[in-house]
Ligand binder design. Structure first.
Ligand code: GLP
Length: 244
């Protein structure tokens, strides 16, 4: 299925266009009996966006959102708490809001039993009626959330071993984690709409593979080709490998 591909000359133009699209998309999921359910990413790419989104919180109707984060490092201890995605979300988004979202959920990276924590999270998403809008970043190796190369299309929320390339991209020096909890590819593909954001030359190869090459487990983002409503937000560098 053909995705929509939007290219931008600079990051700011991309972030504002994303905010605008998100505002419209959110509106589309508000009915008298339903409020929008979002899957939210972390990563460096999204940091400026969260500030813009917080500044536009009324327009984006953030106070009506149910938020599920895509992933979390595992295990989180008091020592590594500041590196958790829970902390990231507070630092970059939630703490800047005047009115918090209806619900904010993230896997509990400090849970002892990660299998039941993942099952609990998957059930929470189901109980919320599934994800309406998933916003994704993409890893240099083509991961989405923390679905590393080799992840099956049918995967659900689970624990995963992080790829050395991911650890290198996310941590300077020695990585404090080797594992994470992540929504599965199957979980993400059930979202009704998907927005993917990629900036920079180091994402060009993964973006090209995800959009133009035959889907393969070695490039998890290529699974998005089977989804009927994907919009890519790319800067010129990230889009530089694409044919058209
Ligand atoms: C991270 C997250 C992903 C994110 C991706 C890109 O590790 N698990 O959800 O989309 O990798 O991160 P960045 O924006 O820092 O390149």
């Amino acid at each position: 299925m053909k995705p929509q591909i939007w290219r931008f000359d600079n990051a700011n133009a991309l972030y504002y266009a994303l905010a605008n699209s998100l505002s419209n998309a959110v509106q589309g999921f508000i009915t008298p009996t339903h409020k929008p359910v979002l899957a939210l990413p972390t990563g460096n790419t999204m940091i400026p966006f969260y500030r813009i989104a917080a500044d536009s919180e009324r327009d984006l109707q953030v106070s009506l959102w149910t938020c599920f984060n895509l992933d979390e490092y595992y295990p989180i201890t008091p020592k590594t708490e500041a590196l958790s995605f829970r902390s990231y979300m507070d630092r970059h988004f939630y703490s800047h809001l005047k009115n918090p979202p209806l619900r904010r959920e993230i896997m509990d990276g400090s849970a002892k039993d990660y299998t039941s924590e993942c099952e609990r999270y998957e059930q929470q998403i189901k109980d919320a009626g599934g994800i309406d809008i998933a916003i994704l970043g993409i890893g240099i190796n083509g991961h989405i959330a923390f679905n590393e190369p080799g992840s099956e299309l049918t995967t659900r929320t689970r624990a995963i071993e992080l790829h050395p390339q991911t650890l290198m991209a996310n941590f300077k020096g020695e990585a404090p984690f080797t594992h994470a909890l992540t929504m599965g590819i199957g979980t993400i593909l059930e979202a009704k709409r998907i927005f993917v954001v990629a900036l920079g030359q180091n994402k060009a190869q993964a973006v090209k593979g995800a959009i133009e090459e035959v889907p393969t487990r070695t490039l998890p983002a290529s699974a998005l080709q089977s989804h009927p409503d994907v919009t890519w937000f790319l800067d010129q560098e990230a889009a530089s490998g694409l044919k058209a």
